[in-house]
Design a protein around this ligand. Structure first.
Ligand code: HEC
Ligand code: HEC
Ligand code: HEC
Ligand code: HEC
Length: 324
């Protein structure tokens, strides 16, 4: 089925555990305000009105875009209440940080104490518990990135070949997360919408490339026809592995990068090669998990010249400032 990608990607698919962005905004006012300036927010009202949307829907035999899971998966946040599923927002907090019902109280509760009286051990235990309940924190860069790519690669053959839907975005994690999407206003109490520092930039760039590769390999593994989807997904893989090969040279102290490239060359980019391509993707996945565990980017200055420049930042970040 076409939604199989959700299992290795989106975590907002547990609709019964979606609380909706208004519940987050009760505390996270500035982050919510930043989100309201994004395409992610606006797609809720705008997408179904576009001519292209209706053309894609017609080719896919979709009657109502807002009640068709084929479109809801990537364009909406769907909440299930009393066995009824309903889109409640566009791409929202929980599309990226995961469905919140199980962890919303835990993550914000300071272990039943306050910011000041909670001990270090209690704080660590609280975060561990919240993550155990599914929360995706900014520090879990790999899990966070997987969500972006599970939508932005558009790993769905029918939607592309038959529906004429764009075969993914020209997505790059650093430049696409630091413009309109950026909302780093919480930990500095709303003083600034802090851009990523040099080390974080490198991690965003490197992990983004790796996840592009992994998602692309899985996307090719599901291709069944020598048509646009297969060509576009194979192109993605080829581009990502070339960029990673260059990154491996630029950051020689990170041997995992070369190993990712080796995995990517271990399976032919062709139809009917699912098991080899999936194995290659799994290999890349393990390396990405270990890269995010072992490194923080501080030693990867060699990557700086490869990272997209300020002119490539996608959209404009909201300036920090009080919300009425
Ligand atoms: C009752 C207030 C409250 C609500 C509601 C709330 N949060 Fe938070 N959130 C907090 C507090 C407090 C912290 C900081 C805890 C700390 O720094 O130890 C936080 C931190 C975070 C962080 C940063 C975690 C990190 O690793 O630094 C994220 C991401 C986050 N919240 C997402 C959400 C999302 C998504 C929702 C809705 C599903 C939500 N929050 C709802 C109070 C809240
Ligand atoms: C796998 C995720 C995914 C699915 C499923 C999906 N889309 Fe999209 N869609 C995207 C992404 C990502 C973009 C942005 C592409 C880009 O960067 O140009 C997009 C862009 C679009 C656009 C152009 C932008 C706009 O808002 O006008 C339309 C129209 C659209 N999608 C309609 C649909 C319809 C209709 C369906 C259901 C039949 C659907 N999409 C299903 C991910 C998806
Ligand atoms: C498109 C995905 C996406 C959406 C939607 C999203 N976030 Fe985030 N969030 C991120 C990423 C990525 C980071 C880390 C950014 C970085 O490292 O520069 C982050 C960071 C945060 C932080 C930490 C900020 C800080 O000061 O360090 C909080 C809190 C947070 N998000 C809450 C929310 C809330 C609340 C919403 C909804 C109103 C939301 N996010 C919507 C992806 C998202
Ligand atoms: C649930 C699916 C989903 C997730 C997860 C997601 N996106 Fe998106 N994103 C979309 C869709 C769909 C659009 C197109 C919306 C439209 O214009 O109608 C989009 C649009 C965007 C845009 C605006 C592009 C433009 O044309 O200007 C940016 C930037 C972006 N996403 C960045 C991110 C980043 C960074 C992440 C991860 C931290 C992320 N997205 C996660 C589905 C998703």
């Amino acid at each position: 089925m076409i939604f199989s990608f959700a299992a290795d990607g989106t975590t907002a698919s547990d609709h019964a555990k979606i609380v909706g962005p208004n519940a987050c905004a009760e505390c996270h006012k500035q982050e919510a305000e930043a989100w309201k300036g994004t395409h992610h927010f606006k797609t809720y009202g705008e997408m179904p009105r576009r001519k292209e949307a209706n053309e894609i829907a017609a080719r896919m035999g979709v009657q109502r875009i807002r009640s068709e899971s084929m479109c809801l998966t990537c364009h909406y946040t769907v909440q299930e209440k009393e066995n009824r599923k309903q889109p409640v927002a566009g791409i929202s907090c929980e599309s990226c940080h995961s469905a919140g019902d199980d962890w919303i109280k835990v993550h914000s509760g300071y272990s039943g104490k306050t910011d000041k009286t909670e001990t270090k051990a209690e704080k660590d235990a609280r975060w561990k518990l919240a993550e155990g309940k599914g929360m995706i924190r900014p520090s879990s860069l790999y899990r966070l990135a997987k969500n972006c790519y599970s939508c932005h690669v558009v790993p769905q053959e029918d939607l592309v070949n038959k529906g004429g839907h764009p075969a993914g975005s020209a997505f790059e994690l650093f430049s696409w997360s630091q413009g309109e999407v950026r909302h780093n206003t919480w930990h500095n109490k709303g003083k600034e919408n802090a851009p990523a520092n040099a080390a974080r930039k490198r991690m965003l760039y490197l992990v983004g490339l790796g996840v592009e590769l992994e998602t692309g390999l899985r996307a090719v593994s599901r291709a069944t026809a020598r048509k646009l989807y297969a060509f576009e997904m194979a192109k993605r893989v080829d581009r990502a592995r070339k960029q990673l090969a260059a990154a491996a040279k630029a950051a020689p102290d990170v041997p995992e990068i070369n190993k990712m490239v080796e995995h990517a060359h271990s399976a032919g980019l062709k139809l009917n090669n699912e098991s080899a391509l999936t194995a290659a993707a799994e290999g890349v996945s393990k390396l990405l998990a270990s890269i995010t565990e072992k490194y923080d980017g501080s030693t990867m200055a060699g990557l700086d010249s490869m990272i997209p420049g300020p002119d490539k930042i996608k959209g404009k970040a909201r300036e920090a400032g009080a919300v009425n």
